[in-house]
Design a binder for this molecule. Sequence first.
Ligand code: AMP
Ligand code: TRP
Length: 346
Amino acid sequence: MAEPVQTPAAFPRRIFSGIQPSGGITLGNYLGALKRFVEKQNEGIETIYCMVDMHAITVWQDPAKLRHATREGAAAFIAAGIDPARSILFNQSQVSAHAELGWIFNCVARLGWMNRMTQFKDKAGKNAEAASLGLYAYPALMAADIMAYHATHVPVGEDQKQHLELTRDIAMKFNHDYGVEFFPIVEPVIEGAATRVMSLRDGTKKMSKSDPSDQSRINLTDDADTIAAKIRKAKTDADPLPDSLDGLRDRPEARNLVNIYAALAGLTPSQVVAENAGALFGSFKPKLADLAVAHLSPITTEMTRLMQDPAEIDRILGVGADRADAIARPILDRVYDITGMIRSRR
Ligand code: AMP
Ligand code: TRP
């Protein structure tokens, strides 16, 4: 069967992104990803969002905690403004196309490419021999998540840029090897003031779900007092805020709080600095804490309410998975045809 040849530019705009249920959602996830997912949905673009549970188990997950984190993540999406009627919201393992295409991509990606992935090196640490094979193959599964929908745009934080470059390489190699223009070449969407929110304890480290110190991050489940206390105790320097961004160049902790403020307030970091020039952290931090609480509290409250009915969350994920499957299955069928797999079952 000859494949119709399409150019990547011919693909309709479609957004896909995912978050791992490997812990609670942080302010970094919220500003770098979730808040922007909502904006994309509200711009009227077709949006598909996924709790990537199969990515999460590339490092050990307690099954009960994984189930809880998947539901809580879904609750965070909805509480933050994802409307399951407008966006497709589901968990990855319910749509088998991800794992199936992931295998095909394992056979397209080259070991040399995987060896360059900095996230693997960071996560595997010194004892890479003991890391799972899944952790190594993880970026190929991520490429499959995106390509199973022919998604064209992927909003993510800065840390995912390299994985999206790999996704482009895999799509191009597949298209080239099989002589088709089947997969679109995806565009990373890394934008806004908070594409890399840093730890509150160390301005050179990313804010992360897996940091052993809870003080290093704000969780979407934190109450108002906890948020305020964490911001009050955040590491900073003793200097006042400068009057331009240049003055923050060697002050990573100060720059981080300015970026967080900007992203929450919908301002640019330059505007925040201009408005607060000369302020000491003794006055800037309480302002930031008030802003963060005002922004996050309604989300936390709604998440808590949604979590009281886990069956309803599961129902929403199931409906989303059906809709996702309806898009991915025909794409995967064509992948099997292109690669020479016999499909005689139906
Ligand atoms: P993860 O928690 O690794 O599944 O990340 C889910 C999404 O949140 C991805 O798009 C990440 O790039 C984004 N993200 C995670 N941590 C941060 C952070 N500290 N700052 C900005 N974006 C982040
Ligand atoms: N790797 C991403 C992260 O850790 C999560 C992810 C998995 C993802 N599949 C994706 C993000 C597809 C965007 C698109 O943050």
